[in-house]
Design a protein around this ligand. Structure first.
Ligand SMILES: *Cc1c(COP(=O)(O)O)cnc(C)c1O
Length: 428
């Protein structure tokens, strides 16, 4: 770790905390971060030439694996005609059309440059459309770092114990209501008492580990939103194009009014999008009164990377094979855990998974808070020492790409079993 440590010292001098996104700092797992020199397929190589099997994939974005040749070729081809125009181009139209074909709930879509922008814009649109102010979100769901969302947000905000960020005004916080995930009674009560513009939810949560919304809960949300003229927003920045091509909404068979996308959508370049019902989307400027804009939005290179990615993951067996591989991984974790009678389990959907350090079935944020952090940290460090990189926080989901091989998974399971036998049982 010599070179990484040296870089981290420097980084801390010039960048707050040495990182450009908090969870990268590794402080919650008692380590310094490694600095990446190169990423190819399912592997990362750090500045000290350590090689890791990567189970994060840039937080899910790299569904094909890193540096996919087809994406690189496409970006290289397109970039010769210009990098950004700040003016319309054909690739934007093609990607927008493609998104509406994959997502029946989306009639029209607007491109942005991050997931944060997508969710921020989506709630502004919902407020503008309904002429109401209040937003319901759920404890442990993360919707980017917009002011309205940093109320009991998952992921980094939780890992670092500052769920309510400094700098978010009281006025802002008062318009966000955060409720327990999978608890429809609380939603019902809140709707009776407040004038709600929209409900935003990760239909499969990936920022408090991996937690599924219960089918009844999602169905009831849809009904309540219809009855009370509330806009239902599915934040599928992580799950869209990842748990299934059509996102979690295709699995639950529920059409939200608005959907936010990101991560996989950009094929590794900074792309987000929000879209939905035409009558809502047409309220955006220039046709409507809700303002939203972006200098680099819809740039031809990012659009090309997105288009190519969608083309590849649209191949007939793509998701079937990715799901099968991820299921194999989680079922092996479950098999080993059962065999050794340890309180660890795993679940997955498409190319996304969760590993839980508890014997309880997890249904909400509190269940994750109450999992065994010491065991997780020990697991994380042991795996990393053996060249396997999981997210440095028990509040994050994990990701498998189409580059991961059975051999990678079998090796990971072998090391996991060794950790269970050598370490877990001795600290239990
Ligand atoms: C990652 C994520 C975001 C934020 O996206 P950024 O591109 O990091 O701004 C929003 N919502 C969900 C569900 C996410 O997973």
């Amino acid at each position: 770790m010599k070179n990484s440590n040296k870089l981290f010292m420097q980084a801390k001098k010039y960048i707050p905390g040495g990182v450009n996104s908090p969870v990268r700092a590794f402080s919650s797992v008692g380590k310094n971060p490694f600095f990446i020199k190169e990423a190819k397929g399912q592997y990362l190589v750090d500045e000290d030439d350590n090689k890791y099997i990567d189970f994060i994939g840039s937080w899910g974005a790299q569904i094909l694996g890193h540096s996919d040749k087809r994406i690189i070729k496409e970006i290289t081809r397109v970039i010769h005609s210009g990098i950004t125009y700040g003016a319309p181009c054909k690739n934007e139209v093609m990607l927008a059309k493609k998104i509406t074909e994959i997502y029946p709930s989306i009639d029209k879509v607007r491109m942005v440059s991050s997931g944060t922008e997508a969710t921020m814009s989506a709630i502004r649109l919902a407020r503008g459309f309904t002429k109401k102010d209040k937003v319901i979100k759920f404890d442990g769901c993360y919707h980017g770092h917009g002011d309205s969302f940093l109320i009991r947000a998952g992921s980094g905000a939780t890992t670092f114990g500052t769920p309510n960020s400094l700098g978010v005004t009281k006025a802002n916080a008062k318009d966000t209501i955060s409720l327990p995930y999978n608890d429809i009674k609380q939603v019902q009560k809140s709707i009776e008492r407040n004038n709600i513009a929209c409900i935003i939810i990760e239909p499969i949560a990936g920022n408090m580990n991996f937690i599924r919304a219960q089918k009844m809960f999602i169905n009831k949300l849809r009904v309540l939103c219809n009855q009370n003229k509330i806009i239902l927003i599915f934040d599928e920045v992580m799950t869209g194009l990842r748990v299934a091509k059509g996102g979690a909404q295709s699995l639950y068979n529920i059409q939200p009014d608005l959907t936010t996308l990101g991560k996989v959508l950009g094929g590794g370049l900074p792309v987000g999008a929000f879209g939905g019902r035409k009558d809502i989307m047409d309220n955006l400027a220039p046709t409507g009164g809700v303002y939203q804009a972006g200098t680099l939005s819809g740039n031809p290179v990012a659009m090309a990377a997105g288009l190519k990615t969608l083309e590849i993951i649209s191949q007939p067996k793509y998701f079937k094979e990715l799901s099968k591989k991820t299921k194999y991984f989680t079922s092996e974790i479950n098999r080993v855990s059962k065999k050794h009678h340890v309180n660890i389990s795993a679940d997955s959907q498409g190319g996304m998974f969760g590993i839980y350090f508890t014997k309880k079935q997890v249904t909400n944020y509190n269940d994750i808070v109450n999992t065994d952090e010491n065991k997780f940290i020990s697991f994380f460090q042991y795996m990393l020492k053996h060249g396997i990189y999981f997210a440095p926080s028990m509040f994050e989901a994990g990701f498998i790409s189409s580059s991961h091989t059975k051999k990678n998974i079998d090796y990971t399971i072998k090391i996991f079993e060794r950790w269970v036998k050598e370490i877990y049982l001795s600290i239990d």
